[in-house]
Write a protein that binds this ligand. Sequence first.
Ligand code: PLP
Length: 406
Amino acid sequence: MQRFENAREAALALRPDDPVYCFRPQVLKDDARRFMAMFPGKTAYAVKTNGEQLVLKALAEAGVSAFDVASPAEFAAVRTVAPDAEMLYMHPVKAQSHIRLALEDYSIRVIAIDHEDEITKLTRVVRALDIDPGSMTVFVRIQTKGSAAYELSKKFGAGPAAAVELLDRLARTGFKVGICFHVGSQIEDPDTYERALASADWVRNRSGVTLAALDVGGGFPAEYGRDPNSRKPEMPSLDELMARLRDDISEWGFDDVPLVAEPGRVIVARAFSLIVRVLMRKGRRLYINDGIWASLSDSWTGKITLPARFIPDPAIRSRNGDAENIVPFKVCGATCDSVDILSRPFWLPETVDTGDWIEIGHIGAYSLSLRTRFNGFYPDDFVEVTTPFEEGEAPQGFASLETMAD
Ligand SMILES: Cc1ncc(COP(=O)(O)O)c(C=O)c1O
Protein backbone atom coordinates (compact mmCIF):
# COMPACT_ATOMS: atom_id res chain seq x y z
CA MET A 1 0.00 0.00 0.00
CA GLN A 2 1.34 3.45 -0.88
CA ARG A 3 2.20 5.63 2.08
CA PHE A 4 1.73 9.40 2.40
CA GLU A 5 2.06 11.96 5.14
CA ASN A 6 -1.46 13.24 4.67
CA ALA A 7 -4.44 13.04 2.32
CA ARG A 8 -3.53 16.22 0.45
CA GLU A 9 -0.18 14.69 -0.52
CA ALA A 10 -1.98 11.51 -1.63
CA ALA A 11 -4.58 13.41 -3.66
CA LEU A 12 -2.04 15.59 -5.43
CA ALA A 13 0.25 12.63 -6.19
CA LEU A 14 -2.44 10.20 -7.35
CA ARG A 15 -5.03 12.67 -8.72
CA PRO A 16 -7.65 9.97 -8.02
CA ASP A 17 -10.95 9.90 -9.89
CA ASP A 18 -12.25 7.10 -7.66
CA PRO A 19 -12.64 7.46 -3.87
CA VAL A 20 -9.54 6.61 -1.83
CA TYR A 21 -9.60 5.44 1.79
CA CYS A 22 -6.74 6.87 3.86
CA PHE A 23 -5.92 4.31 6.54
CA ARG A 24 -4.08 5.36 9.71
CA PRO A 25 -2.99 2.15 11.44
CA GLN A 26 -1.27 3.99 14.28
CA VAL A 27 -4.42 5.95 15.10
CA LEU A 28 -6.41 2.70 15.12
CA LYS A 29 -3.96 1.01 17.46
CA ASP A 30 -3.82 4.05 19.75
CA ASP A 31 -7.61 4.27 19.96
CA ALA A 32 -7.95 0.54 20.64
CA ARG A 33 -5.29 0.61 23.35
CA ARG A 34 -6.82 3.71 24.88
CA PHE A 35 -10.23 2.02 25.13
CA MET A 36 -8.77 -1.17 26.58
CA ALA A 37 -6.84 0.82 29.19
CA MET A 38 -10.00 2.64 30.27
CA PHE A 39 -12.53 -0.20 30.25
CA PRO A 40 -12.38 -2.45 33.33
CA GLY A 41 -13.12 -5.71 31.53
CA LYS A 42 -12.79 -7.57 28.24
CA THR A 43 -12.88 -5.52 25.03
CA ALA A 44 -14.49 -7.39 22.12
CA TYR A 45 -14.21 -5.26 18.97
CA ALA A 46 -17.47 -5.28 16.96
CA VAL A 47 -16.37 -6.61 13.56
CA LYS A 48 -19.48 -5.27 11.78
CA THR A 49 -18.20 -1.73 12.24
CA ASN A 50 -15.29 -2.33 9.89
CA GLY A 51 -14.23 -5.90 9.19
CA GLU A 52 -11.46 -5.18 6.68
CA GLN A 53 -8.50 -7.53 7.09
CA LEU A 54 -6.12 -4.62 7.54
CA VAL A 55 -8.26 -3.35 10.43
CA LEU A 56 -8.55 -6.71 12.18
CA LYS A 57 -4.82 -7.32 11.74
CA ALA A 58 -3.88 -3.94 13.22
CA LEU A 59 -6.24 -4.51 16.14
CA ALA A 60 -4.75 -7.94 16.84
CA GLU A 61 -1.30 -6.32 16.78
CA ALA A 62 -2.56 -3.73 19.25
CA GLY A 63 -3.51 -6.52 21.64
CA VAL A 64 -7.24 -6.92 20.95
CA SER A 65 -7.87 -10.60 21.62
CA ALA A 66 -11.68 -10.77 21.55
CA PHE A 67 -14.10 -9.95 18.74
CA ASP A 68 -17.87 -9.57 18.60
CA VAL A 69 -19.03 -11.45 15.49
CA ALA A 70 -22.43 -11.78 13.84
CA SER A 71 -22.11 -14.10 10.83
CA PRO A 72 -20.06 -16.92 9.27
CA ALA A 73 -18.18 -14.38 7.13
CA GLU A 74 -17.16 -12.51 10.28
CA PHE A 75 -16.05 -15.76 12.01
CA ALA A 76 -13.84 -16.52 9.02
CA ALA A 77 -12.44 -12.97 8.82
CA VAL A 78 -11.35 -13.05 12.46
CA ARG A 79 -9.97 -16.59 12.28
CA THR A 80 -7.82 -15.67 9.27
CA VAL A 81 -6.01 -12.78 10.95
CA ALA A 82 -6.19 -13.77 14.60
CA PRO A 83 -6.41 -17.58 14.88
CA ASP A 84 -6.24 -17.57 18.68
CA ALA A 85 -8.67 -14.73 19.30
CA GLU A 86 -11.86 -15.37 21.22
CA MET A 87 -15.12 -14.78 19.33
CA LEU A 88 -18.37 -13.71 20.99
CA TYR A 89 -21.43 -14.43 18.85
CA MET A 90 -23.60 -11.54 20.00
CA HIS A 91 -26.23 -11.34 17.27
CA PRO A 92 -29.49 -12.18 19.08
CA VAL A 93 -31.27 -13.75 16.06
CA LYS A 94 -29.33 -16.41 14.20
CA ALA A 95 -29.81 -19.21 11.67
CA GLN A 96 -29.56 -22.59 13.35
CA SER A 97 -26.97 -23.70 10.77
CA HIS A 98 -24.84 -20.66 11.71
CA ILE A 99 -25.06 -21.54 15.41
CA ARG A 100 -23.88 -25.05 14.56
CA LEU A 101 -20.99 -23.71 12.49
CA ALA A 102 -20.01 -21.34 15.31
CA LEU A 103 -19.96 -24.07 17.93
CA GLU A 104 -18.60 -26.92 15.82
CA ASP A 105 -16.06 -25.34 13.46
CA TYR A 106 -15.08 -22.18 15.35
CA SER A 107 -15.42 -23.45 18.95
CA ILE A 108 -17.38 -20.33 19.90
CA ARG A 109 -18.67 -20.67 23.44
CA VAL A 110 -20.17 -17.22 24.08
CA ILE A 111 -23.48 -16.36 22.48
CA ALA A 112 -26.42 -13.95 22.92
CA ILE A 113 -30.17 -14.59 22.74
CA ASP A 114 -33.27 -12.50 23.40
CA HIS A 115 -36.09 -15.02 22.88
CA GLU A 116 -37.03 -18.57 23.84
CA ASP A 117 -36.94 -19.75 20.20
CA GLU A 118 -33.25 -18.91 20.12
CA ILE A 119 -32.72 -21.07 23.23
CA THR A 120 -34.48 -23.93 21.44
CA LYS A 121 -32.15 -23.61 18.43
CA LEU A 122 -29.09 -23.39 20.66
CA THR A 123 -30.10 -26.35 22.82
CA ARG A 124 -30.70 -28.52 19.73
CA VAL A 125 -27.19 -27.77 18.47
CA VAL A 126 -25.59 -28.24 21.89
CA ARG A 127 -27.25 -31.67 22.24
CA ALA A 128 -26.43 -32.74 18.68
CA LEU A 129 -22.76 -31.87 19.21
CA ASP A 130 -22.72 -33.30 22.74
CA ILE A 131 -21.37 -30.05 24.22
CA ASP A 132 -21.48 -29.53 28.00
CA PRO A 133 -23.79 -26.50 28.47
CA GLY A 134 -21.62 -25.53 31.43
CA SER A 135 -18.80 -24.75 28.98
CA MET A 136 -20.91 -22.01 27.39
CA THR A 137 -21.88 -18.50 28.49
CA VAL A 138 -25.23 -17.41 27.12
CA PHE A 139 -26.06 -13.72 27.39
CA VAL A 140 -29.66 -12.58 27.56
CA ARG A 141 -29.96 -9.29 25.73
CA ILE A 142 -32.26 -6.83 27.48
CA GLN A 143 -34.01 -3.80 26.06
CA THR A 144 -32.78 -0.38 27.12
CA LYS A 145 -34.04 3.17 26.82
CA GLY A 146 -31.75 5.89 25.61
CA SER A 147 -30.94 8.44 23.03
CA ALA A 148 -28.51 7.57 20.23
CA ALA A 149 -27.97 8.11 16.52
CA TYR A 150 -29.18 4.51 16.13
CA GLU A 151 -31.70 3.10 18.62
CA LEU A 152 -31.23 -0.67 18.75
CA SER A 153 -33.81 -1.66 21.36
CA LYS A 154 -36.62 -1.15 18.85
CA LYS A 155 -35.34 -4.28 17.16
CA PHE A 156 -33.59 -6.39 19.78
CA GLY A 157 -33.77 -7.16 23.47
CA ALA A 158 -36.15 -8.90 25.85
CA GLY A 159 -38.37 -6.88 28.16
CA PRO A 160 -37.47 -7.18 31.86
CA ALA A 161 -39.96 -9.91 32.83
CA ALA A 162 -39.16 -12.01 29.74
CA ALA A 163 -35.44 -11.61 30.41
CA VAL A 164 -35.88 -13.02 33.93
CA GLU A 165 -37.62 -16.10 32.49
CA LEU A 166 -34.96 -16.59 29.82
CA LEU A 167 -32.15 -16.40 32.38
CA ASP A 168 -33.85 -18.91 34.67
CA ARG A 169 -34.48 -21.31 31.79
CA LEU A 170 -30.88 -21.11 30.57
CA ALA A 171 -29.50 -21.65 34.07
CA ARG A 172 -31.79 -24.68 34.59
CA THR A 173 -30.40 -26.19 31.36
CA GLY A 174 -26.90 -25.83 32.78
CA PHE A 175 -25.54 -22.85 30.80
CA LYS A 176 -23.52 -20.11 32.47
CA VAL A 177 -25.56 -16.95 32.04
CA GLY A 178 -24.91 -13.28 31.51
CA ILE A 179 -26.85 -10.11 30.78
CA CYS A 180 -26.00 -7.94 27.81
CA PHE A 181 -27.43 -4.78 26.27
CA HIS A 182 -26.67 -2.34 23.51
CA VAL A 183 -27.68 1.20 24.39
CA GLY A 184 -27.68 2.31 20.73
CA SER A 185 -24.87 3.40 18.47
CA GLN A 186 -23.32 6.85 18.98
CA ILE A 187 -25.14 7.66 22.20
CA GLU A 188 -26.33 11.22 22.67
CA ASP A 189 -27.18 11.09 26.36
CA PRO A 190 -24.50 10.39 28.98
CA ASP A 191 -27.08 8.84 31.38
CA THR A 192 -27.84 6.04 28.92
CA TYR A 193 -25.49 3.44 30.43
CA GLU A 194 -26.76 4.11 33.93
CA ARG A 195 -30.36 3.47 32.88
CA ALA A 196 -29.30 0.20 31.22
CA LEU A 197 -27.40 -0.88 34.35
CA ALA A 198 -30.46 -0.16 36.46
CA SER A 199 -32.53 -2.46 34.19
CA ALA A 200 -29.82 -5.14 34.33
CA ASP A 201 -29.86 -4.91 38.13
CA TRP A 202 -33.66 -5.29 38.19
CA VAL A 203 -33.49 -8.39 35.98
CA ARG A 204 -30.65 -9.91 37.99
CA ASN A 205 -32.45 -9.38 41.30
CA ARG A 206 -35.65 -11.00 40.11
CA SER A 207 -34.01 -14.04 38.61
CA GLY A 208 -32.31 -16.44 40.94
CA VAL A 209 -29.13 -16.74 38.85
CA THR A 210 -25.51 -15.89 39.48
CA LEU A 211 -24.20 -13.83 36.59
CA ALA A 212 -21.09 -15.14 34.88
CA ALA A 213 -20.68 -11.82 33.03
CA LEU A 214 -22.24 -8.46 32.17
CA ASP A 215 -21.78 -7.12 28.65
CA VAL A 216 -22.35 -3.37 28.28
CA GLY A 217 -22.27 -3.53 24.45
CA GLY A 218 -21.20 -0.67 22.22
CA GLY A 219 -22.56 2.84 21.84
CA PHE A 220 -19.46 4.74 23.02
CA PRO A 221 -19.53 7.86 20.86
CA ALA A 222 -16.82 8.56 18.32
CA GLU A 223 -15.62 12.11 17.81
CA TYR A 224 -16.96 13.62 14.61
CA GLY A 225 -17.14 17.16 13.27
CA ARG A 226 -18.70 20.02 15.12
CA ASP A 227 -21.41 22.02 13.40
CA PRO A 228 -21.17 25.54 14.87
CA ASN A 229 -24.91 25.98 14.23
CA SER A 230 -25.87 22.91 16.25
CA ARG A 231 -27.83 23.46 19.44
CA LYS A 232 -27.24 19.92 20.68
CA PRO A 233 -25.21 19.79 23.90
CA GLU A 234 -21.72 18.38 23.42
CA MET A 235 -21.17 14.88 24.79
CA PRO A 236 -18.62 14.41 27.57
CA SER A 237 -15.22 13.07 26.49
CA LEU A 238 -14.63 9.32 26.42
CA ASP A 239 -12.54 9.62 29.59
CA GLU A 240 -15.41 11.31 31.43
CA LEU A 241 -18.00 8.90 30.07
CA MET A 242 -15.88 5.90 31.04
CA ALA A 243 -15.29 7.32 34.55
CA ARG A 244 -19.06 7.64 34.91
CA LEU A 245 -19.62 4.12 33.63
CA ARG A 246 -17.10 2.74 36.12
CA ASP A 247 -18.87 4.60 38.97
CA ASP A 248 -22.27 3.39 37.80
CA ILE A 249 -21.04 -0.20 37.60
CA SER A 250 -19.99 0.03 41.27
CA GLU A 251 -23.15 1.84 42.30
CA TRP A 252 -25.36 -0.87 40.77
CA GLY A 253 -23.33 -3.65 42.39
CA PHE A 254 -21.67 -5.14 39.30
CA ASP A 255 -18.11 -4.76 40.64
CA ASP A 256 -17.66 -8.47 41.14
CA VAL A 257 -19.15 -9.49 37.80
CA PRO A 258 -16.69 -9.97 34.89
CA LEU A 259 -17.37 -7.23 32.33
CA VAL A 260 -17.37 -7.18 28.54
CA ALA A 261 -17.75 -4.29 26.07
CA GLU A 262 -18.32 -4.48 22.31
CA PRO A 263 -17.07 -1.13 21.02
CA GLY A 264 -17.02 -0.45 17.31
CA ARG A 265 -17.34 3.16 16.26
CA VAL A 266 -15.21 4.64 19.02
CA ILE A 267 -12.29 2.42 18.04
CA VAL A 268 -12.27 2.66 14.26
CA ALA A 269 -13.90 5.99 13.27
CA ARG A 270 -10.72 8.09 13.42
CA ALA A 271 -8.60 5.52 11.63
CA PHE A 272 -9.88 6.37 8.15
CA SER A 273 -10.62 9.40 6.08
CA LEU A 274 -11.89 9.37 2.53
CA ILE A 275 -10.73 11.39 -0.45
CA VAL A 276 -13.62 12.08 -2.82
CA ARG A 277 -13.51 14.05 -6.04
CA VAL A 278 -15.96 16.67 -7.22
CA LEU A 279 -17.09 15.30 -10.58
CA MET A 280 -19.17 18.35 -11.26
CA ARG A 281 -20.21 21.59 -9.63
CA LYS A 282 -23.61 22.88 -10.70
CA GLY A 283 -24.30 26.08 -8.79
CA ARG A 284 -24.51 25.09 -5.14
CA ARG A 285 -24.60 21.37 -5.94
CA LEU A 286 -21.57 19.12 -5.87
CA TYR A 287 -21.67 15.76 -7.65
CA ILE A 288 -19.08 13.54 -6.00
CA ASN A 289 -17.75 10.05 -6.73
CA ASP A 290 -19.08 8.47 -3.50
CA GLY A 291 -22.48 8.59 -1.82
CA ILE A 292 -25.12 6.89 0.28
CA TRP A 293 -24.73 3.52 -1.49
CA ALA A 294 -21.02 3.50 -0.76
CA SER A 295 -19.17 5.19 2.12
CA LEU A 296 -21.69 7.81 3.24
CA SER A 297 -24.82 5.95 4.30
CA ASP A 298 -24.01 6.01 8.03
CA SER A 299 -23.60 9.77 8.10
CA TRP A 300 -26.84 10.07 6.15
CA THR A 301 -29.07 7.80 8.24
CA GLY A 302 -27.37 8.56 11.55
CA LYS A 303 -27.30 12.34 10.93
CA ILE A 304 -23.63 12.37 11.74
CA THR A 305 -21.62 15.55 11.31
CA LEU A 306 -18.45 14.64 9.46
CA PRO A 307 -15.48 16.98 9.28
CA ALA A 308 -14.35 17.85 5.74
CA ARG A 309 -11.18 19.38 4.35
CA PHE A 310 -10.94 21.05 0.98
CA ILE A 311 -8.11 19.90 -1.31
CA PRO A 312 -8.10 22.32 -4.25
CA ASP A 313 -6.73 21.04 -7.54
CA PRO A 314 -3.69 23.24 -8.33
CA ALA A 315 -4.39 22.69 -12.04
CA ILE A 316 -7.43 24.98 -11.72
CA ARG A 317 -5.90 28.37 -12.42
CA SER A 318 -8.83 30.69 -11.94
CA ARG A 319 -11.61 30.45 -9.40
CA ASN A 320 -14.71 32.42 -8.55
CA GLY A 321 -15.51 33.57 -5.04
CA ASP A 322 -13.69 33.94 -1.77
CA ALA A 323 -11.84 30.91 -0.34
CA GLU A 324 -12.51 32.19 3.19
CA ASN A 325 -16.26 32.17 2.67
CA ILE A 326 -17.65 28.81 3.86
CA VAL A 327 -21.03 28.07 2.30
CA PRO A 328 -23.40 25.08 2.15
CA PHE A 329 -23.37 22.75 -0.86
CA LYS A 330 -25.91 20.06 -1.60
CA VAL A 331 -23.97 16.83 -2.19
CA CYS A 332 -25.15 14.36 -4.85
CA GLY A 333 -23.74 10.83 -4.84
CA ALA A 334 -22.12 8.83 -7.64
CA THR A 335 -25.01 6.56 -8.63
CA CYS A 336 -27.91 7.22 -11.00
CA ASP A 337 -30.34 6.87 -8.09
CA SER A 338 -32.21 10.06 -7.21
CA VAL A 339 -32.22 9.03 -3.53
CA ASP A 340 -28.44 9.26 -3.61
CA ILE A 341 -28.31 12.85 -2.36
CA LEU A 342 -27.07 13.64 1.12
CA SER A 343 -29.91 15.14 3.12
CA ARG A 344 -27.55 17.53 4.84
CA PRO A 345 -25.24 19.96 3.08
CA PHE A 346 -21.48 20.04 3.28
CA TRP A 347 -20.11 23.43 4.23
CA LEU A 348 -17.05 24.21 2.13
CA PRO A 349 -15.18 27.20 0.70
CA GLU A 350 -17.30 28.81 -2.01
CA THR A 351 -14.40 28.40 -4.46
CA VAL A 352 -14.79 24.61 -4.67
CA ASP A 353 -15.07 23.46 -8.28
CA THR A 354 -15.22 20.51 -10.67
CA GLY A 355 -12.00 18.48 -10.30
CA ASP A 356 -11.24 19.42 -6.68
CA TRP A 357 -11.02 16.85 -3.88
CA ILE A 358 -12.57 16.78 -0.44
CA GLU A 359 -11.14 14.78 2.43
CA ILE A 360 -13.93 13.52 4.68
CA GLY A 361 -12.57 12.67 8.11
CA HIS A 362 -13.38 10.14 10.84
CA ILE A 363 -15.15 7.82 8.44
CA GLY A 364 -13.78 4.44 9.56
CA ALA A 365 -17.02 3.19 11.12
CA TYR A 366 -19.94 1.79 9.10
CA SER A 367 -18.59 3.12 5.82
CA LEU A 368 -16.51 0.39 4.20
CA SER A 369 -18.73 -2.28 5.77
CA LEU A 370 -21.86 -0.72 4.26
CA ARG A 371 -20.58 -0.28 0.71
CA THR A 372 -22.77 -1.75 -2.01
CA ARG A 373 -21.98 -2.54 -5.65
CA PHE A 374 -24.99 -0.57 -6.84
CA ASN A 375 -24.46 0.80 -10.35
CA GLY A 376 -21.05 -0.88 -10.38
CA PHE A 377 -19.46 1.66 -8.03
CA TYR A 378 -17.47 0.03 -5.24
CA PRO A 379 -14.75 2.17 -3.69
CA ASP A 380 -11.83 -0.09 -2.81
CA ASP A 381 -8.61 1.92 -3.12
CA PHE A 382 -6.49 2.36 -0.02
CA VAL A 383 -3.44 4.34 0.94
CA GLU A 384 -1.70 4.56 4.28
CA VAL A 385 -1.48 8.00 5.86
CA THR A 386 0.74 8.79 8.81
CA THR A 387 -0.70 12.05 10.17
CA PRO A 388 -3.97 11.91 12.15
CA PHE A 389 -6.81 13.73 10.38
CA GLU A 390 -7.17 16.38 13.08
CA GLU A 391 -3.50 17.34 12.93
CA GLY A 392 -2.39 19.75 10.24
CA GLU A 393 -4.62 22.47 8.86
CA ALA A 394 -8.05 22.74 10.44
CA PRO A 395 -10.88 21.26 8.36
CA GLN A 396 -12.68 24.11 6.62
CA GLY A 397 -15.87 22.20 6.22
CA PHE A 398 -18.33 19.84 7.79
CA ALA A 399 -21.55 18.04 6.92
CA SER A 400 -24.16 20.23 8.52
CA LEU A 401 -27.04 19.21 10.75
CA GLU A 402 -29.31 21.57 8.89
CA THR A 403 -31.31 20.31 5.95
CA MET A 404 -31.04 22.26 2.73
CA ALA A 405 -33.71 23.27 0.30
CA ASP A 406 -33.05 23.01 -3.43
C1 PLP B 1 -24.40 -6.43 19.00
C2 PLP B 1 -23.61 -5.20 18.70
N1 PLP B 1 -22.46 -4.99 19.39
C3 PLP B 1 -21.67 -3.93 19.16
C4 PLP B 1 -22.01 -2.99 18.20
C5 PLP B 1 -21.08 -1.82 17.99
O1 PLP B 1 -21.65 -0.65 18.41
P1 PLP B 1 -20.92 0.76 18.33
O2 PLP B 1 -20.36 0.92 16.99
O3 PLP B 1 -21.98 1.72 18.69
O4 PLP B 1 -19.83 0.74 19.37
C6 PLP B 1 -23.21 -3.13 17.48
C7 PLP B 1 -23.62 -2.12 16.50
O5 PLP B 1 -24.68 -2.10 15.94
C8 PLP B 1 -24.03 -4.27 17.73
O6 PLP B 1 -25.16 -4.47 17.05
